[in-house]
Design a protein around this ligand. Structure first.
Ligand code: NAP
Length: 290
């Protein structure tokens, strides 16, 4: 690789997951580190669930400065950390670890990255009515940050019990009722006319199932803001349907870039070169490097 100098002073960051081969985070972060001229290297580590504790101990032993955490470790990693950021603790999931001189602190930049992506697109969620599709890990992070920011939430999920559990956690934390419904065409029609913002936090529409969407243009009014957190493909079927209905859309790439940028800033103490990270992510996704 060009201009790559690894010396005794080089600091290390990385991502742990299983699998991890598909991750484009090494491309995004190393491009950002090079751009900023920082003496860091970001590496992928495939860590089996039974080795997670040893991997985190190893992070301390090897003085690795920071790690991203991806599936399936975002929840399981928590008992191995020394401290948790308040939001990560409430969400119950961590996607970023910072090593502060041997003290490991967990953060959730999926949540803050989602918020940053909204704000960057000129959308302040305060007082807005938001329908969230899905009740998995990403939905949970998004529900918490939106509730914290004062949005009114309604969660629709195929498995109703998971939506109820997610809503109960958010309600307990913020003392605010979160409505839930089973995901169905009827309930979508009912709730989308109420909503200001729709967030797809399910994996529906993700490659290779690029022709799938839970919501079609006939259910979308032009004032609805549609945020699809799926980033592969770069433009999903849902986004196309929303555009056809005259709606403003935000893609998962913005969230992906911001969750990375906020982690980068925690590890390096420097402002992330967000545009470099975005360009690198687009290049990698267009080439199918994930
Ligand atoms: P997850 O924990 O596995 O949750 C998946 C969710 O999708 C569940 O609510 C599941 O419903 C729902 N779902 C799956 N297939 C469905 C179908 N055919 N019909 C209706 N609902 C369906 O996954 P996750 O980690 O939350 O990730 C969800 C998506 O977000 C993925 O595509 C992921 O790549 C993307 N994501 C993007 C970013 C970003 O930075 N842009 C960050 C995180 C995740 P049930 O509960 O009924 O199974």
């Amino acid at each position: 690789m060009e201009n790559w100098h690894i010396s005794g002073k080089t600091k290390f960051c990385g991502v742990i997951g299983d699998p991890v081969e598909h991750s484009i985070s090494p491309l995004i972060h190393n491009a950002a580190l090079r751009k900023m001229g920082l003496d860091y290297l970001y590496l992928p580590f495939r860590v089996k669930i039974e080795d997670l504790g040893k991997a985190i101990e190893g992070m301390k032993a090897l003085n690795i400065k920071g790690l991203n955490v991806t599936l399936p470790h975002k929840v399981a990693v928590i008992p191995f950390l020394d401290e948790l950021d308040h939001l990560a603790e409430k969400i119950g999931a961590v996607n970023t670890i910072v090593n502060n001189d041997g003290v490991l602190k967990g953060y959730n930049t999926d949540a803050t990255g989602f918020l940053q992506a909204l704000l960057e697109n000129g959308v302040d969620p305060k007082g807005r009515r938001v329908v969230i599709l899905g009740a998995g890990g990403a939905s949970r992070a998004i529900s918490f940050i939106l509730a914290r920011e004062g949005a009114d939430l309604l969660i629709l999920n195929r498995t109703l019990d998971k939506a109820k559990e997610c809503a109960a956690r958010v309600s307990r934390t913020f003392g605010k009722k979160v409505k839930v419904l089973k995901l169905s065409k009827e309930n979508l029609a009912k709730t989308l006319s109420w909503a200001d913002i729709l967030v797809n936090a399910t994996s529906v529409g993700m490659s290779p199932n690029v022709g799938e969407t839970l919501v079609t243009s006939d259910l979308i009014e032009s004032g609805l803001i549609v945020f699809d957190i799926v980033y592969n493909p770069l433009k999903t079927k849902l986004q196309r349907e929303a555009e056809y209905a005259g709606s403003e859309t935000i893609g998962g790439l913005d969230m992906l870039v911001w969750q990375g940028a906020l982690a980068f800033e925690r590890w390096t103490g420097r402002k992330a070169p967000v545009e470099v990270m975005r360009e690198e992510a687009i290049k990698a996704l267009e080439k199918g490097e994930n």
